[in-house]
Structures are given as structure tokens and as C-alpha cells.
Design a protein around this ligand. Sequence first.
Ligand code: ACO
Length: 311
Amino acid sequence: EIKNLEEIFDQKIARDEKIEPKDWMPEKYRQTHIRQMSQHAHSEIVGMLPEGNWISRAPSLRRKVALLAKVQDEAGHGLYLYSATETLGVSREELYEQLHSGKAKYSSIFNYPTVTWADIGAIGWLVDGAAIINQVPLCNTSFGPYARAMVRVCKEESFHQRQGYEIMLTLSKGTKAQKEMAQDALNRWWWPSLMMFGPTDDKSTHTAQSMKWKLKRKTNDELRQQFIDQTVPQAEILGLSIPDKDLKWNEERKSYDFGEINWDEFWQVVKGHGPCNRERLQTRVNAWENGAWVRDAAMAYAEKNAERKIK
Ligand code: ACO
């Protein structure tokens, strides 16, 4: 019977039909979705922290409102993604436990510090720009709840990207000191942004299988190249230079060639040794522990209400 179910599943994938939570699916399909979707959810939630750092110090009310809205959107993205992951039969508590114990991964990019206001611009422009390139193809991923969550997430990401680019544009047209601050932020965020797409295809554990299952629709290297090709002209408009001496237009490939990524740095950050890994996790754990009384109060209230109804 499994054979039969597997055939039905394979045919659905081949026809680009969505797999829904109650459909039969191979156990490994379920597991790899829990892995990728929960890592994605954790990234959204941890991703609030580097930017949250600047809400109280945004340079104007307008900037503050936009940043606040963006950080709130990220909380929303995390919640859709946790809910979508729960449809695969894993509980929210278990997912949180994996994050808080340091077992679960989240995107390497959020382990870097935000030291100046220009970092908020660079994050919106580069990090959210990379997120859009990575996530637009996921609107077409094979698992229904993930694909549907991505549609709204991508719309909101494009607002995030624009708010970041606008900050960079303002700074790069500003005083000499402001332009230098924008260049410094680009210098620090460029390479970590390229690392967001994950290891090269030949070193990527999951890409081949995830492409077959149409969980991933483009490979890490394809997405990284697309990001570079799209972002270089944007840097030119800003009048800023990309910190890569090997970056060069390749007429034959109609794409940019680029320098070697520091993969040692990437793996160090992924393994928990980046500049802010400890601080990020500790902040999440504290938030969870300090919120215990709210959860307890909500439970006590629900119990009282249920009792009242029985009487
Ligand atoms: N940061 C941390 N870990 C990473 C990163 C990264 N930037 N890239 C890859 N890894 C991890 C993978 O999770 C995997 O670890 P695991 O086997 O323990 O799960 C390992 O490195 C090998 O990588 P791949 O085999 O290439 O993993 P995968 O096929 O899952 O591809 C990718 C990685 C591209 C990030 C994919 O999971 C994806 O597209 N995820 C959805 C998008 C997402 O999570 N974005 C988060 C940042 S965007 C934002 O939140 C604003």
C-alpha cells in the first residue's frame, strides 16, 4: 500500500500540485520540511534582535515607525512559519526547546552586530534583499502551508528591502561622514549576506534531494549569483563600492564573477562561534523565561473559564 501512496505522492510532485498536511508523504519529506521551515521561523524571530537594538535610537519619528513596523512583521512571519511547521505534527514547544537549547539552526546573518544606524539600512537592503531572492521561489514550493505563508512574507519583505535601500540612499547623498558610514556598513554586511544562501551546491547536504521534492526551487549557488547580479547595479546608484576586488562582469556568462567566500567564517558562525551567537540565544531564552507568568496567567484564566462553564 505504501508503494501506491508513494506513487500518488510522486505524481503530485511531478504535476506541481501541492502536498497538504493530511496527505501521505515520505517520512524524510516531512522531516526535512520540519528542519527547513523551523530554521526559517527561528531566523525570523532571532532576526528581530539586531534591528530591535535601534528602535529607540532611530534618527526620526518616521524612521522609528517604519523600523517598528518591520520588526513586528518579522514576529508575524515567525508565527506563520511556526504554525505551518506545526501542521507537520511537531509542537511549538518542541520547536522552541530546540532553539533555546542551541540545537536548532537559524540564519548565520543574525549573529553579526548592528553598530551604527547605517547597519539598519544595510540589513534592509542586503539581508532582506537576499531573503526576497531566496523566498520568492519558495512561493512555489511543494508543501501547501509553506508556499502560502511565503506569498505574504515576500510582499512584506519587499517593503523591508525598500526601507533599507532608502536609508542607504539618504546616507550616501548626505555628508561625507554619512557616506562613509554607509560604505562601512556595506563593507561589513556584504560577505555575510552572500553566506546567507548557504554552502556552495557541491558542499550542500540537502539541495539535491530538496530540489527533487520541489521544496527548493533554485539551488544555493543560483540564488547567490542572482543576488549579486541584482545588487551590484544598486550599489552603483548609491555610489558605494562592493568590497570585493575580484568582482567583475563576465560578458560570456552575462553575470558577475566574484571572489572567494570565507567558508571558515561561515561554519564558525553556524556552529555558534559568531560575534553575537551567545547574546542572541540568551536574549531569546530570557524572553521565554520572563514571559512564563503571562503563559501561566492565561492558562489559569482559561481553566477558571472552563470551570465556570461546567457549573
Ligand atoms: N545559516 C545557518 N545555517 C545554514 C545557512 C545559514 N545561512 N545556510 C545553510 N545552513 C545549514 C543548513 O541548515 C544545513 O544544516 P542542517 O543539515 O543541520 O539543517 C547545512 O547548513 C547545510 O546546508 P544546505 O544543505 O544547503 O541546507 P538547505 O538545503 O536547508 O539550504 C537554505 C539552506 C538555503 C538557507 C534553505 O534552508 C532555505 O532556503 N531556507 C528558507 C529560507 C530561510 O530560512 N531564510 C532565513 C533567513 S531570511 C530571513 O529570515 C529574513
